[in-house]
Design a protein around this ligand. Sequence first.
Ligand code: SF4
Length: 530
Amino acid sequence: MTADHVEPPPGRAPRPPARSRSGAAGSTFLGLPGAPRDVGQVRQERSFRAAARDALADDQLRRNLRRATGTIRDRRANVVHEVPDWAQLRAAGAAIKDDVLANLDTYLVRLEEQVTARGGQVHWARDAVEANEIVTGLVLAAGASEVVKVKSMATQEIGLNEALERAGVAAWETDLAELIVQLGHDRPSHILVPAIHRNRTEIRDIFAAEMGAAGRAPDPGLTDDPAALAETARLHLREKFLRAEVAVSGANFAVAETGTIAVLESEGNGRMCLTLPRVLITVMGLEKIVPTWRDLEVFLQLLPRSSTGERMNPYTSTWAGVTPGDGPREFHLVLLDNGRTATLADPDGRAALRCIRCSACLNVCPVYERTGGHAYGSVYPGPIGAVLSPQLTGVADNPDLPFASTLCGACLDVCPVAIDIPSMLVHLRSRVVDAKDARHPVPTPEAAAMRTLAWVMRDPRRWSWALRTGTFGRFLGVPGRRRLRRLPPPLSAWTSSRDLPKPPRESFRDWWARYGPVSAGPGEPGGSDG
Ligand code: SF4
């Protein structure tokens, strides 16, 4: 098979050649591309509710999650609190990202110019299918039948491993947690710690059962001692690093000013990938740009503290283009859209593109801590996944993710780039409802009840009348002030998981009418000292 004859993925017709500024034939695309169906990991296969119910029944999973998220949460809190200007750093991070999003066209072109000037090639992928075609074509053109990968969420988003496998290319994950996920035929469940749902005994069992078929087998007497597990993975991966001709990486940041790509990691496996193979291919979401080196300084402080709870990452690798006699001889940068432009087009949703994938919001989220990442059905789990995935695919394809939240606000408090996830969730919920209404010209009973309620509450006179006539009081159990355990359909779903408060004896409006304003005395709240 050659680069020109890559099989299309399931459900897709053959496409025209990808647009590449590096010289390939092009086609004109008008519109905002979303993440295509049947490829990649950014869509729910089951509803969140059903998947979460299964996860909640798994005691071991919940124990693993509670321990892991609690540990990372505490470490983060300690290192964040020791930075006196954390609030300013956070504001700077948000401002830099907003500038990038507002001027993305300019920065992307600048990045392309700089990468090209330093001997790299830039490829533009409008979606997952196109990105997979580009990468597969490059790997086959290099004559490789296997690649090593450094942890990359973008390649999981597009389903690159599966695309490479269809083309006869084996892709080996080299991040330890990703290796565990791959050998376990599993899916990542956390942005930073993809195997967070596994404990060390499970990891030992996976290594013992699967590692031999994928390369160097572990010692027969392998224990679940963390050092022994790490050494086993190291020996297994070392063979692959020394053999691989092609590496595929993600990117944490790309500096438009210099064409520099930055990867932050903890194990050093990434650095092996980035330096040993002859060809390096980086797949990067187009929002990962920072304008200048100076801007990178802000994120190199925000990211490690927010993600691993460290003051700096153990390994920070940066490179620009190619350097003769040092590192890869070919460098390709694939800039991935896959729904990002569509996300950018929504003024109330675009701040999700500020995300630097630190995972702090996952570790504080009470929903994530109980369900884990698989329930979200996307490579992006937790609060950020609940706002990013529906925007990449369109809300119709991930309709219940915006509801997978208590709106407690903990995610906003810890986010190093101040993404207001709770407001965005509410906004996306309204888009889900609007989309549902558009599909059902005849309103559902729930929609009809809510519309009636909204109509009454919009007007003070209507609302007073409803209270006076007892319309809502009767509905809620007044005058007998019985506590209703369950509301009747269509609102019964609401009370199936919540307590309905006992209605008060009298409404606030009636109380106010009887007592009127009470003037506070001097020195009391609301009182005047003057
Ligand atoms: S939304 Fe904020 S806290 Fe969550 S992963 Fe992204 S940057 Fe981190």
